[in-house]
Design a protein around this ligand. Structure first.
Ligand code: ZN
Length: 74
């Protein structure tokens, strides 16, 4: 079993590892680009979730000390 793992790892040279990292980076960036910021609170959401969020969005999060730890609805 160990032989198979070793054979696999030795097949990966530095170039392969670099391209793998690049692939991961691109995937992450395109993931970020898909997110849309809420115009009210600036949090980012997937476009299909933003509509749902905006219905219940209360605007930017306020650090009001008047009502600390009040129960926040979902
Ligand atoms: Zn919002």
């Amino acid at each position: 079993m160990d032989c198979a793992v070793m054979a696999l790892s030795t097949r990966l040279n530095d170039e392969d590892v670099a391209s793998l990292a690049e692939l991961g980076n691109n995937a992450w960036e395109s993931h970020l680009q898909r997110l849309v910021p809420c115009p009210l609170c600036s949090r980012t959401f997937f476009p299909d979730r933003l509509g749902v969020h905006k219905r219940s969005c209360k605007g930017p999060p306020t650090t009001s000390s008047r009502r600390p730890r009040s129960k926040m609805g979902a």
